[in-house]
Ligand binder design. Sequence first.
Ligand SMILES: Cc1cc2nc3c(=O)[nH]c(=O)nc-3n(C[C@H](O)[C@H](O)[C@H](O)COP(=O)(O)OP(=O)(O)OC[C@H]3O[C@@H](n4cnc5c(N)ncnc54)[C@H](O)[C@@H]3O)c2cc1C
Length: 299
Amino acid sequence: MVGRLLRNELLSAYTTWGVGGVADQLYLPVTINDLARFMRALHPREPLLWIGRGSNLLVRSGGVRGTVVALTTGVGGIEQLTGGAVRAEAGASLSLLASFFRRTGAVGLDFLAGIPGSVGGGLAMNAGAFGGEIWDLVTEVEVMNRRGDIIHRSVDEYQIGYRSVRRRQAEGGDEWFVAATFNGRGGEAAAGSGAGRLQQLQQRNSSQPMALHSCGSVFRNPDGDFAGRLIEESGLKGYCIGAACVSGKHANFITHGGDATAAEIEALIDHVANAVEESHGVRLQREVRIVGEAVREDG
Ligand SMILES: Cc1cc2nc3c(=O)[nH]c(=O)nc-3n(C[C@H](O)[C@H](O)[C@H](O)COP(=O)(O)OP(=O)(O)OC[C@H]3O[C@@H](n4cnc5c(N)ncnc54)[C@H](O)[C@@H]3O)c2cc1C
């Protein structure tokens, strides 16, 4: 099976903020083998960006030069292995992985249910909520390099922190997640607060602006504090630049109804960081990743 290669594809359709210019080319692989074949055929120095559901990504309006690999439709298998382990491919949605866990009697990933990302994006970000983090249950990952080789890596090979994951020995070039194996029995400790899945989803619905375009929390929580609290105390709830606004429901969300530009969102991110630093002396660090060119350089 062969995936689809799209030229000059608008990335706004691939992000939850719904903004962003075109990628020179975008590949939608269907299987890991198909993806490996595509990677092998690329020029070794082709600029490359892998994305999942674009739920933690601000793409600037000038778009992305080179190739974007989007694991949005394919590479999404989930299977139960012997001994209760679960293997999920990077394109599977986090919500689907959470429900697969429940269906098969595995425990510990309920907290992923309301996070609108992919397994690959979740691994890259160490997605988490309600006291749990995805890497708490990972036993092994499969990564792909530019040559399309698949390498199995153990958890020990990574330095894992709050919304951050880094390979300890980063030599050998870029690589991306194509699958992970999860311990289906190790979840009790990782489940953290122990709140049930429905309760967690209700909590999300009541505290987050789910009906508007957003990217979830824009900033990481600083040690011992909450970015949302600092933003709210800086008087920024409801503050807008153009059509991009600091959510009145959750101050760490920047939302819009469909008409904001990437530049407005980015200007608001900078404004919030500066205002919080001025009022509280804390420089908030972005959780959201910003990619692409502000204006397309070739005009
Ligand atoms: C309403 C809402 C609520 C949210 N709530 C939460 C929450 O509770 N907790 C939380 O942690 N996050 C939350 N998020 C943020 C987001 O969903 C997570 O960060 C998610 O893990 C991102 O996954 P993605 O597939 O969308 O990644 P993308 O946004 O597509 O990519 C994010 C980063 O990961 C990289 N990446 C993507 N796929 C791969 C891959 N296969 N290999 C290597 N790198 C890759 C990208 O290059 C990029 O740097 C929320 C977002 C929204 C919109």
